[in-house]
Design a protein around this ligand. Sequence first.
Ligand code: 6V0
Length: 333
Amino acid sequence: NHFFKPIDRSAPPSPTKRHTKVTVVGTGNVGMAIAQTILTQDLSDVLALVDNKPDKLRGEMLDLQHAAAFLPRTRILASDDYSVTSGSDLCIITAGARQIPGESRLDLLQRNLNMFRSIVPELARRSPDSILMVVSNPVDVLTYVTWKLSGFPSNRVIGSGTNLDSSRFRFLIADHLEVNAQDVQAYMVGEHGDSSVALWSSISVGGVPILSFLEKQEITYEKELLEKIRKAVVESAYEVIRLKGYTSWAIGYSVASLARSILRDQHRIHPISLLAKGFYGIGDEKEVFLSLPAQLGRSGVLGVTNVHLTEEEAGKLRHSAETLWEIQKQLGI
Ligand code: 6V0
């Protein structure tokens, strides 16, 4: 490259900062929404895309590269060969059979398990120090599968879990109260999807704990409305899939926020799927991944927040753990 004339040939090379590299496996609707959010938010210096459909993959890579004039500078690589992923800091797996209308997330499992056998060992071998983040459904079981197949310590294997459910929850509460969703603190934990658990007691808006506020005002009907909101959260993924065929934008932003907390060592708290044995009465023998509010940083999961759960909430978590454990036992991993 002779475009620039060196200004001083004898000068030592300037110190270069360590590059950040993110891999996204699966360039479908979800993978591409994540990729484009990571690009626009300037979260990585290198972005590697992998898919098993080479034409679609190359098309997506070119389409993103053609936006270079409007984006922070990021090197975009794409290949169906995993060598392109080498040295990643964060690997996000979105490859998967798509949930078809009416299909439960657990029905997807068998279809996705074999796929993961061809993906995870390749990523783990080429980026042995990376953090693996699973998005494909059923996310909690596939995060367990990824942990087992990778041999990584559990703090470096997470699932996007209920981070998305929680943002849907916060949106619906914010919409009802006509406030900014960023001022709403509300967590959904447990299993992503149908049996996720809403932590009512921890909901606050602008620092005001909502439940005790309502109780003091003796506004009981509002509680029913909150239960309606919880149901709406669970239904909302199905509704979007029914209406547009897939979900993409919200999961894209939700995963980008996790990526930011990890890559920029933000120590922020997110409800994400992590190895939950030993928490809230989940037996030590049950190696299941469920979402709990956890602190995320450069080394992955830094700690799990000790939130107060009612006996009913903890019971629901243990029930999900039981269900997942029964399924996992049949996988033979
Ligand atoms: P999609 O648009 O069908 O994309 C899947 C992509 O994976 C396609 O481009 C495939 O070519 C690719 N693929 C298939 N097999 C392989 C393989 N062996 N290696 C590499 N790539 C492969 O699906 P979509 O993007 O809509 O969804 C992807 C996954 O994300 C599904 O499992 C969804 O259920 C899941 N979601 C999870 C969410 C969450 O909150 N955890 C939210 C939304 C979707």
